[in-house]
Design a binder for this molecule. Sequence first.
Ligand code: ATP
Ligand code: MG
Length: 632
Amino acid sequence: MRVSRLLLVTLRDDPAEAEITSHKLLLRAGYIRRISSGIYAYLPLLWRVLQKISTIVRQEMDATGALETLLPQLQPADLWQRSGRWAGYTDGEGIMFHLTDRQGRELGLGPTHEEVITTLAAELLRSYRQLPVNLYQIQTKFRDEIRPRFGLMRGREFIMKDAYSFHADEDSLRQTYAAMDQAYRRIFQRCGLRAVAVEADSGAIGGSASQEFMVTAEAGEDLILTSADGCYAANQERAVSLPPAAVPLPGGSRAAGAGEQLSTPNQSTIEQLCSAHGFDASQLVKVLLLLARFADGLRQPLLVSLRGDQQLNEVKLANAVSAQLATEHGALLSIDPLTADLVRSEKLPLDLGAISFGYLGPDLADAVLAHDPTSQAGAAGGAALPGTPPIRLVRSFLRLADSTAAGLEAFVCGGNASDSHRVGASWKGLALRPEPLDLRAAQSGDRCLHDPDQCLQSARGIEVGHIFQLGRKYSEALDARFTNESGVDEALWMGCYGIGVSRLAQAAVEQHHDRDGICWPVAIAPYEVIVVIANTQETVQVELAEALYGELSAAGLEVLLDDRAERAGVKFKDADLIGIPWRVVVGRGAAAGQVELVCRAGGAKRELDASAVREVLELEIGRGRMGDGLGT
Ligand code: ATP
Ligand code: MG
């Protein structure tokens, strides 16, 4: 392809809309253009990258025996109602774009395809003899992300490879899950990405085991925690660790009551309390006041106790709250801090009186939720939006405690009064018996569970893939059953496996660039070689470059010819920016049959005879296409 015909529009300056390097580079180098928030046009150069990634994904999926298919993006609401996910995906912070058709039927634009595929499985799969089967597609997904950002990293319309497997038993599911794990490792390696597999939270998809693949990069949105021995790696959302031991509260073993009052004006934070009284943060129990909203209209106030030196892991909290209430009340829509603003906007009958947030204790009375019930129409029942279930507020707290807090014999906590705390309180003394839960965020420096001599280290990662053992959640909900070997009817076992194809393309740029531009790994580069004519006024240069372009193309290499009547410097800059792995410069040496070969990654240069170029490049590019994908 001739660069003069490529519709190449590069930008000299960083576009204001882009925050991270890969996003800036894709915009500047003419790979993408923004159409609207989280919605991008994939320009011809990027489309070639996406096709190459898709080919690698296809080859590796096919090699495992998976079957390619293409499912509808318009999905009827009733399938999602049957799985119980419609409300969670469309109300509250739900991310499904949804619409009503001319017949008044509700539809969603596919953010994922468990419902559709399980419905098909229910019709197509009848006998254990048809199992296992694994179906995949590469297709545009739609998600109305709360914070679309970083270009292709978090789009509202993006390309995903998703696969769904069906099995007669859990063992077979585990085998396919392991095969997908291996296929994913090969895919990322062939794409030239350094990716690590980490334990992951299963989120709204549900199911038991799940693993994410993270491309390590500073700009990553995820925090991953790993042990130095390589035995443990997890997304922080899911990570577990040994908490540091608490510093015992002096005289704590005698604590039996509700503690002694301590006057603490202007000491509403952990830091203020500790510095005023010499406490260690691990001697404190802090209390968070939150509100959980459920699909059936239930509003459940939460009172969460954490040890003062620990942070809340919101994902673990959401899982714990769902585990207690979602079966009865439908999807958990959101958990928000119960701030004064929320109390006002949701018209909640909460009245803390003179107690401010820093002074709450775990035994805060349910009576604070009994405030003026008659005038609070919106909260105590009734006024909901048309078509949504009536809101019902529970007038008692769901009290949850992290095990670090629950395990304290004696502690300091808020006095449930203005300007006072209690010292030497105990759970028994507060007449509470908290069930110890894991709600704390593991963090860098914590000791590992598998080996307390190892500490967790943190790194940032971009999630490019996620594999799940779903179990029978969807097959049971959507009645996808088969007859097993003994002639008994049972629900299918399922797994699902996603790769963010468009996110992966940008993640590759995040990992492979320098200050001049992108350095594509050969395997996913839009073109493999660019032949640059230094001066198009010079016939010798033009002729030699044309000859090389023909020869290299005929040899099956993917070649660009920069034939533009621009200054050589401009063309070199563009070649660096768009990141073609190999550059052949046809310049002054052309008369003597000499050209310059430049490797984009690292910038190594060598002069060589034009007649030798093809052989050198075939070798180098051949390695890059097949091998570790870096190839340069
Ligand atoms: P995240 O945690 O980043 O929101 P997810 O857990 O919602 O991702 P999955 O539902 O597992 O993602 O989707 C499979 C893959 O699709 C992800 O691993 C990711 O690579 C990609 N992906 C998910 N959401 C987006 C998005 N908004 N834009 C681009 N790629 C995405
Ligand atoms: Mg995820």
